[in-house]
Design a protein around this ligand. Structure first.
Ligand code: SF4
Length: 250
């Protein structure tokens, strides 16, 4: 009994009372801020492992970025990654952060289908499909339901079958071998349903972009309701993004 109390004392409170205002450690890399400092941009373009950096204007695409931090280490006066973890959005182009722009990433309300709030604002069941994922985003999605983040308090849960789900959360770059299982899973999910892409690999293919082993044609067929960047994603990025999506009322 005494030992158990000691353990509880040392662990402290793990539950996060308000996931919309939680603070993350300074080492976390979230939304970058890019200054207008004049640098050798080509050097950074060549440095980036996933072609996430473009020029004219200088910009970082968070849908391609692995958040490795190499560009920031090379040019700290140009690029700084903040701890802003609210970087989910429902429009792909909103993930492109341009130099001189320091504003939060938000969802476009006009792009949120009205049935999403009507059907899922109080309860959302999700089926996770690891489409050649490396288990990193999958691990963080698991963490969303642990005692710290407790996503279940909002009625958001993962379920074992697509037939019991309201939508899919796709991780991984979508290999050829996973293209058909993904389609089967989507077809088995009742309407209305949502699609969430979680992680750099799912959003752009990440370091596997362009590989012949991928088949990402599924993404050309359906509207993506939420992009959750990260490599891997952070549970707070996922939960806040989903809450913004299901709670917005037209
Ligand atoms: S942090 Fe992102 S943009 Fe910078 S080098 Fe790494 S992958 Fe490229």
């Amino acid at each position: 009994m005494i030992n158990n109390l000691k353990i509880l004392y040392h662990q402290g409170k793990q539950y996060i009372p308000d996931v919309t205002k939680a603070k993350v450690p300074g080492i976390f890399r979230g939304r970058p801020i890019i200054t207008n400092a004049v640098i050798n941009e080509t050097e950074l373009v060549e440095l980036c492992p996933t072609n996430a950096i473009s020029t004219d204007p200088f910009a970082i695409d968070l849908g391609r970025c692995t958040f490795c931090g190499e560009c920031m280490f090379a040019q700290p006066e140009k690029i700084k990654f903040t701890t802003d973890y609210k970087i989910s959005t429902n429009e792909r182009h909103r993930l492109i952060i341009k130099e001189g722009v320091d504003k939060p990433i938000e969802l476009n309300p006009d792009e949120i289908r009205k049935e999403i709030n009507a059907c899922f604002s109080g309860s959302l069941k999700l089926r996770q499909v690891s489409a050649a994922g490396d288990n990193s985003c999958e691990l963080e999605l698991n963490a969303c339901s642990n005692v710290n983040f407790d996503m279940g308090r909002f009625g958001i849960e993962f379920v074992a079958s697509p037939r019991h789900a309201d939508g899919l959360v796709i991780t991984g770059p979508i290999s050829e071998n996973m293209a058909e299982p993904l389609q089967i899973c989507y077809d088995a999910t009742p309407d209305p349903k949502i699609i969430i892409l979680a992680g750099t690999d799912a959003i752009s293919g990440g370091i596997f972009d362009g590989s012949k082993a991928l088949n990402r044609s599924f993404l050309d067929k359906y509207k993506i309701d939420l992009y959750v960047p990260g490599n891997p994603i952070h549970p707070l990025t996922f939960i806040n993004g989903v809450l913004d999506l299901i709670r917005y009322k037209k």
